[in-house]
Design a protein around this ligand. Structure first.
Ligand code: SF4
Ligand code: SF4
Length: 461
């Protein structure tokens, strides 16, 4: 439903001081950001939901209209239309990256969601589910690993075969969700302050790795590959103890208060690591770590510490690309005769503006030809848990991505985010296309080890 109509929405900028109290309490959409939107519409052709629906309200400009309507008191924050649009948005931030006025759209939608969650009471079962998932699992690394171990037992022992063979998953409406799950590896990574020495004579100093929650369990092999790639390039790598989930899922779910707890824990954990950089190998995690300064800006005890932390955060590809540019990258790669296409994670391309570094690193491997797919920066539909909460739109975007990948004629798809990896893999499988998907660090690691990356990451600890 495309309501309220654009005609009924405010179009003239309103001075910040005159905004009625459409939003209340902390975490309000910033009126100064709202006012920056000049309604030019340049963001529309870059918005995945607009491209799929061709509806103004499903566009960045339409959503900004809605946020302004609430801010000015024309629309109730608890209006279902408002919530539907704020959550139909993938928070991919493609609009933000192309906006000539510098509208920080990600902040707008995340604060709007926080307002919705405060204003609109969810049913008790939903509140319990969110508390269990966001607090009980993502907020507790040990429990997250336990959950991963249980999932691995389900996958390795009889239950999965039984659930699939009997059609129970389909009857419960869980077949698509289950198909998205990665096969869990035998060993996870628990952050305990492990230190990995640089390999070779060059010592470039220490970097601290965010092991992550999904990365340290389902993608533990990628964490290990990242450590190998970094140590092969002269870095000492520490995995500081006491760290946990970055908070990306929590922020996207409109729960900034919970996210601040995770941010403070990570800042404290990394402060004593003695590292030059805090590295993330998942786009969503890196983008979130880079937001800690803003998240804690109003906390007098943490604002300064958060700003210092954020200043040290890098995606793992950044220092490696810097080495490449300086002619200092370890280029002891085994040549790979492969055509590779790179699926740009939104939170790398749009939120962190990192596009060329992964392509440059891939191109540094002898024999690798990097070919661009159409719309490489268009969201694949993963967007945190969006493919679970909005499967129809997510599948449309995933199918669109699979078509572009197939047309690119690549042997391998490389990406740098676990959600994109799983979404693209599932979309390719739906399309009957057997092109393997790899994480950037797994691909580089395979080239260093002299193995064909199409065999998948090294899964042995
Ligand atoms: S490009 Fe920026 S200023 Fe133009 S409509 Fe989109 S958000 Fe507003
Ligand atoms: S964040 Fe992405 S989905 Fe949301 S309005 Fe911007 S471009 Fe569209």
């Amino acid at each position: 439903m495309d309501t309220p109509s654009a005609a009924a929405l405010p179009t003239d900028p309103t001075p910040a001081a005159t905004f009625p109290r459409g939003f209340t309490g902390p975490d309000q959409p910033d009126p100064a950001i709202l006012q920056r939107c000049i309604q030019c519409g340049l963001c529309l052709p870059h918005c995945p939901t607009y491209l799929e629906t061709q509806r103004e309200t499903s566009s960045p400009r339409g959503r900004i209209h809605l946020i302004r309507a609430v801010a000015e008191g024309h629309l109730d924050v608890a209006d279902p239309t408002f919530a539907a649009q704020m959550y139909e948005c993938l928070d991919c931030r493609a609009c933000e990256a192309v906006c000539p006025s510098g509208v920080a759209y990600g902040q707008l939608v995340e604060t709007a969601r926080a307002q919705i969650e405060r204003a609109r009471p969810r049913p008790a079962w939903q509140r319990a589910g969110r508390a269990l998932a966001l607090g009980g699992l993502f907020g507790a690394p040990g429990r997250f690993r336990l959950g991963g171990a249980a999932l691995r037992a389900y996958q390795r022992a009889g239950p999965r075969r039984l659930a699939r063979a009997t059609g129970a998953l389909r009857r419960l409406g869980l077949a698509e969700t289950e198909a998205l799950l990665p096969d869990l590896p035998p060993a996870f990574i628990a952050a305990r302050g492990q230190v990995y020495a640089p390999i070779g004579p060059t010592h470039r100093g220490r970097v601290a790795l965010l092991a992550g929650c999904v990365m340290s369990t389902a993608f533990a092999a990628t964490d290990r590959a990242t450590i190998r790639v970094l140590t092969l390039n002269g870095y000492e790598v520490i995995i500081p103890g006491g760290q946990g989930c970055c908070g990306a899922i929590t922020i996207h779910a409109g729960e900034p208060t919970r996210a601040r707890i995770l941010a403070r824990r990570n800042i404290a954990a990394f402060e004593s690591a003695g590292a030059e950089y805090v590295l993330a190998n998942a786009a969503g995690c890196g983008a979130t770590l880079k937001e800690y300064a803003r998240l804690l800006a109003d906390d007098p005890d943490w604002a300064e510490r958060a700003a210092a932390f954020t200043a040290r955060v890098r995606d793992a590809s950044e220092p490696l690309a810097d080495l490449l540019a300086a002619g200092d990258l370890n280029t002891a790669f085994t040549p790979l005769s492969l055509r590779v296409t790179y699926q740009e994670p939104c939170h790398l391309a749009h939120a962190q503006r990192i596009s060329r570094q992964p392509r440059q690193l891939l191109g540094a491997i002898p024999g690798v030809e990097v070919v661009d797919m159409a719309e490489p920066t268009l969201c694949c539909g993963s967007a945190g848990v969006y493919n679970l909460t909005h499967p129809t739109m997510a599948n449309r975007l995933g199918d669109r991505k699979a078509r572009h990948i197939a047309a690119a004629g690549a042997d391998v798809v490389v990406t740098a985010n676990p959600g994109c990896h799983l979404q693209v893999r599932a979309s390719l499988a739906r399309a009957g296309t057997a092109i393997p998907v790899l994480q950037l660090m797994d691909f580089l690691d395979a080239a260093y080890r002299g193995v064909d990356p199409r065999g998948g990451p090294e899964r042995a600890p």
